[in-house]
Design a protein around this ligand. Sequence first.
Ligand SMILES: *Cc1c(COP(=O)(O)O)cnc(C)c1O
Length: 401
Amino acid sequence: MHIYPNAKAVVRDVAPDEPVILNRPHAAMRAARFFVEKFPGKVLYAVKANPSPELITVLWEAGVTHYDVASIAEVRLVRAALPDATLCFMHPIKTRKAIAEAYHKHGCKTFSLDTQEELEKIVEACRDPETGEAATDLRLAVRLRVSSEFSELSLAAKFGCDLLEAPALLQNARQHCDWLGVCFHVGSQAMSPFAFVQALDRTRAAIAEASVVIDMVDVGGGFPSIYPGMEPPPLEDYFQIIHQHYYALPIAYNAELWCEPGRALSAEYSSLIVQVEKRRGDELYINDGAYGALYDAAHVGWKFPVRALEDELRDPEMDFAFYGPTCDDADYMAGPFPLPSDIQAGDYIEVGMIGAYGAAMKTGFNGFGNAEQYIVADEPMASLYDGSRQRPEADNVVSLR
Ligand SMILES: *Cc1c(COP(=O)(O)O)cnc(C)c1O
């Protein structure tokens, strides 16, 4: 496949009048290597962040062997792309059919749960269909509810059992498996490593109360990427603090530490080319938006970096808001997005850092239709992995130690 040097080259060659996704396999490869080499445990990729088979293959080549799948569609997709990958079904609410297919057909042994009902469902669905015997190779992880206060997108309300329920659930799950874990998710884009300290403290309390042997602790996702106005501390600080607090847990001597990054492995992978269809003052009507790759820009006011792709545009820049292509008023992105003040209809814009939870929407996974995709060789608009962010001065970890 042809590799373009950058977005400008794509515009020159294709002049696309539909939004186009640009992929940077080298950036995803670098992110995955960083996690595989530096995280002090096993790294699972959370497939829902971007289920592109091409991306998954890049991550596999970079050494990511385990995949956190959240639906039977993701189970099938990863199994088709990677026959030897280890699948872990980490959504705490699954249908009996999905569990049975994942276990019996796709070799998925690891399941998460946050209720007694889900535990019973898993045990029943994994019985031998002929003999009715219970599975002896299940690996179960009890999902704890933890605070999302340090994260830009909360996951606290929806999943996880609380500290009162956890001990009994851990004891019951232990009856059905030889390998028992605890997992949690601190919320997406956790801007401070301290999020993991609180969650690991809860984990310690739950394990101590249950007094069962724990073989695995999964600190979930939440590892940040870098966006305008959201510049996190270096990931090494997260890894170090997790490692420290993991070692203080009352767990088996040979227990494993896992993490499940989604955003941190995929955000830098993709950017998007859009075209300005109309300008009205400081508002630009562009050809993608809330119902395409820019879902988060519209619905949660996420700020993605932008740059104009025309050569002759002038400074100074000014702040713009975007309207998407649909007739819905909600198809509006407040930004602000700084662009040259003489930008006009017909000009192209590159929106960066949309590889997580953005490109995934556009590429047909949820029926949003298919955008053209090209590979480019230049750097993502921002990166946590290019060596430029090793010790920013505002290191908010030092004060915690
Ligand atoms: C969404 C999700 C992840 C990935 O979260 P990020 O914030 O993208 O890292 C990991 N684990 C589980 C169980 C999830 O639901």
